[in-house]
Design a binder for this molecule. Structure first.
Ligand SMILES: O=C(O)CCC(=O)C(=O)O
Ligand SMILES: [Fe+2]
Length: 343
């Protein structure tokens, strides 16, 4: 099948074989319940006398679920609407207007592709098209972004700056809660950011397909906007549960690297995205990453000393992590197992 799913999906009535997941990993026909107790944290109070309470909520949610939703987070409704509008406009342009961005070269800092980062190597394709690009520092990346729609650079530039600020605010709460030194989440660990725009076109057989298979995010922190079409599911107590969209809320996910920094105190949610037959689903992910590949990721020493505990993970470079992540094709926990210190 050629390039983007959206180029051909309307012409097929059944799911092409290359998109059919094995029985044990496909969603199947079972109805997945919503995650009723998914923590929803009101960030409005984070600047008041209740700050400590909010910090505890963030830590507790990160510990229990590795994921939570935030409301009153400071990103305006208009900003969310504008960003989602421009993302939909982008994916709905004729292919010729997007063709120059299409690439299988994973080293490109702005590229449009389909499925996962490893289309050629994967055994099953995922039902999604993606535009991924770096976005910080903005002036170093923006010239590589799509020129069409004409508002793209302006709107997504503002969106990425706001999402970066929000990510750093949340990381600051985590830092305070874990009692790490004030510089801990400095440029080394958080100096890079990428936007991932996901498009999941209507799928002829959603029970056999996945938009994204089970994984944990290979980063420090992700903030995802999923508007009003559900599809994100998280593994909770051995079961898949759905993250029901809340108007204007954002989903925060703890990445693998933050799990290691916290010496396993914070969880990194294993999640996936399912598709549906009726309508396209669009999501916007903002990912906070270390600035360079040589940075050392390890359990924070201050945390180990304070709690008088041994490190659960050995120190590794971000580069080594990426290598292992690729070898495991993005699978969730097996990636981190490689860096675990045995008892
Ligand atoms: O679109 C979604 O619901 C999930 C996206 C995601 O997990 C990712 O891009 O890493
Ligand atoms: Fe993810």
């Amino acid at each position: 099948m050629v390039k983007l799913i959206s180029n051909w999906c309307m012409t097929v009535k059944s799911l092409p074989q290359e998109y059919v997941f094995p029985k044990d990993t496909r969603p199947g026909d079972q109805v997945v319940p919503n995650f009723e107790n998914c923590p929803v944290i009101d960030l409005e109070k984070a600047g008041s006398d209740d700050r400590n309470d909010i910090i505890q909520q963030v830590l507790q949610a990160s510990q229990d679920c590795g994921l939570f939703q935030v409301i009153n987070h400071g990103v305006s409704e208009d900003m969310l609407k504008d960003a989602m509008g421009v993302v939909k406009e982008f994916f709905n342009m004729p292919y010729e207007d997007k063709a120059s961005l299409y690439s299988l070269d994973t080293t490109k800092s702005c590229r449009l592709y389909s499925s996962s980062f490893d289309y050629a190597g994967e055994t099953v394709h995922r039902w999604r098209d993606v535009l991924k690009h770096t976005c910080h520092p903005l002036e170093e990346c923006v010239d590589l972004w799509p020129e069409k729609p004409s508002k793209y650079r302006d709107v997504m530039g503002k969106y990425s700056v706001e999402l970066r600020n929000l990510s750093l605010r949340i990381l600051e709460m985590i830092r305070e809660g874990l009692e790490l030194n004030p510089e801990y989440f400095g440029d080394e660990l958080t100096g890079a950011q990428a936007l991932l725009l996901n498009h999941y076109p209507p799928c002829p057989e959603p029970s056999l397909a996945l938009g994204i298979s089970k994984h944990s995010d290979p980063n420090i922190l992700t903030i995802l906007y999923q508007e009003n079409v559900g599809g994100l599911q998280v593994m909770k107590d051995g079961q898949w549960v759905g993250i029901k969209p809340i108007p204007n809320a954002l989903v925060v996910m703890i990445g693998h690297l933050l799990k290691v920094v916290s010496n396993g105190k914070l969880e990194s949610a294993e999640h996936r995205a399912v598709t549906n037959a009726e309508e396209s689903r669009y999501t916007i992910g903002s990912s906070i990453n270390p600035r360079n590949k040589d940075v050392v990721i390890e359990p924070a020493k201050a945390l180990l000393e304070k709690n008088d505990c041994r490190p659960l993970y050995r120190a590794f470079s971000y580069k080594d992590y990426h290598q292992v992540y690729k070898e495991h094709r993005g699978e969730g926990e097996p990636t981190l197992e490689v860096f675990k210190i045995e008892d």
